[in-house]
Design a protein around this ligand. Sequence first.
Ligand SMILES: Nc1ncnc2c1ncn2[C@@H]1O[C@H](COP(=O)(O)OP(=O)(O)OP(=O)(O)O)[C@@H](O)[C@H]1O
Ligand SMILES: [Mg+2]
Length: 236
Amino acid sequence: MITIHKLNKTFTNNGDEKTIFSDFDFVIEKGQKVGLFGPNGSGKTTLLNILSAVDEKYSGKVEVKRKRISYVHQDYNFTLLPWFTCEKNILLAREYHGLDKSGGLKILKQLIKELKINFSLKQYPFTLSGGQKQIVTLMRALALEPEILLLDEPFASLDVDRRSDVLEVLKKHFTKNMTVVICSHRGDEINSILDRAVVLQPQPVKITKDILAKDMTRKDFENTVLKIRFQKNDEI
Ligand SMILES: Nc1ncnc2c1ncn2[C@@H]1O[C@H](COP(=O)(O)OP(=O)(O)OP(=O)(O)O)[C@@H](O)[C@H]1O
Ligand SMILES: [Mg+2]
């Protein structure tokens, strides 16, 4: 379970103070698969940075009960360690958490098959294309078998066919107790894997829609989320 109570977060640039969150409250139940939608600059990445403790400069209560958390950053390019091969990058977090190596190799093999990886993971990250790097960061996130999975626009660099493949693989690796938060601009891309959709508007961040799958039929939920779309500054 993730509990945020009275979160306050500001950024200061050249003496100019910007309030991103002001007394913001938000609760995510254990095992929920939440889509976070909002226009550019609405605070989605800031929120994931706070949940993952990448950013600890805030006031208020943020309680994230977890042992293992995987975070696929929006700027995923900078998160692969350049001095390790892709394979080592994927398995490193498991090592850090003391998880068994054989389990890691098994998941790795499974992911290679499921994601139809057609490049060598013995390569170093700089030799990969942007989309390949994004896939490797997703593999790394799943290989950890996380309790909390944070994904910030995880398909941004993937072509349309790849997106649907990756979506299916993600879904397959979701477990009942895994809490998942995915940031996106478009509901139609991820509606099939969510059970909650939250729309954020800046500034400061307000939740303008909070749609729960359990309150309606699956079809109605997916159709409602499908319509959420932020492109440039438009919401339809
Ligand atoms: N390190 C920083 N320093 C100053 N301002 C920042 C910093 N990081 C983010 N901001 C500001 O905080 C606001 C929220 O940014 P954030 O990256 O969380 O938005 P977002 O919803 O993820 O947007 P996008 O859809 O473009 O990824 C923006 O106005 C941004 O300019
Ligand atoms: Mg962002």
